[in-house]
Design a protein around this ligand. Sequence first.
Ligand code: NCD
Length: 328
Amino acid sequence: MVWNRRHILSLADFTTDEYDAVLQTAASFQEVLNRRMKKVPTLQGQVVANLFFEASTRTRNSFELAAKRLSADTLNFAPGTSSLTKGETILDTAKTYLAMGTDMMVIRHQQAGVPMAIAQEMDRLGAKVSVLNAGDGQHEHPSQALLDLFTICTVLEPKSPHLELLAGKKIAIVGDILHSRVARSNIWSLTAIGAELHLAGPPTLLPLLFAECGNGRPGKLFLHWEVTPALQDADFVMTLRLQKERMGQNLLPSLREYHQLFGITRDRLKLCKPDVKILHPGPVNRGVEISSDLMDDPQLSLISQQVTSGVAVRMALLYLMGGGKVNP
Ligand code: NCD
C-alpha cells in the first residue's frame, strides 16, 4: 500500500488499508522504542512544528518526542508568548512557520475546523506541508483514536496489530460523548470493521443524533442512557472525562450523582468479560468517571500503555506523512 494522504484531519474517511498501515508502522516503531538506541534518522532535516493553541500534556509532548525520535527538528509554539498576543491571525502564524521551512504542522485549537482551515490555506499556496489535527474543539482527535486502536489491537495480538482483530469485539465508550472529540474519532475507527460499539452517557451528554454516525458503517453502533447494557460482556471499556470547559450549565445534577450512575467501578466491571480492559485518553478526574483504584490497577487499566503507544503511533503518522513506506 502507498500512503497518499497529505493531511490527517479526521478519521471519517479513513480506509481499512490506512488503519492497517498505521498499525503496522506503529508496531515497527514500538520495536525501535524498546531498543537501547531509540532514535532513527528517518526525518533528519525535516521540521515539525507543534502549534498548540489549547492546553495539552500528553498529546503535545508525545508529538514532540515522536518527531525527535525520528530525528526531525521541532518547533514549539505557546499562544501566550507568541505574536498572537500582538494581534497576528492564526493563518499568518501558520504562514510564518511555513516561511521557516516547516514540513509538518501539528495543530490543536479550541475551535473546530482550525486545522482544516490551515490545511486548505497551505494547499491554496501550493505548499508541500502536511497538517495533522491534534484535537479541534469538539470535532476530532485522530491521533488519539489511532493510539487507542493500536493499544486495543496490541492487547489482542501483540506481535501483529491489525484492524480485523476488532471483528466481533464489544467496546463501550462511557461518559461525556457530546463534548468529546476523542469519542467522535473513536466512533469512526471502532466502527471501521465488524465490531460492536456501545456509547453510554446521560441523555444530556449523549444526544440521539449520534446514532446516525453508525449509518453505513461496517461495525454496529448502539446508544444507551444507562451504563449496564453497555458494559454487559464488553471486551474493552473506554471512559471519558466530563469536559467541563466545554459544558453549558445544568447538564448534570452533580458529579457525585454522575459517578453513581456512570462511574466505572470494580463492581460494575463484573458485568464485562472477565479479561476486560479499561482505556481513558486522560486527563482523568479520579473518582468521577472512574474510581481511583481501578485507574492504577495494571491488570485492568491500559491508561499508561495508551500514553506509551502514543509515541509509536505519532512516529508512524509523521513518518507516513513524510513520505515513508508502510512498515519500515
Ligand atoms: C483529550 C483531549 O484533549 O481531547 N485528551 C487527550 O488529548 N489525551 C481528552 C480530554 O481532554 O478529556
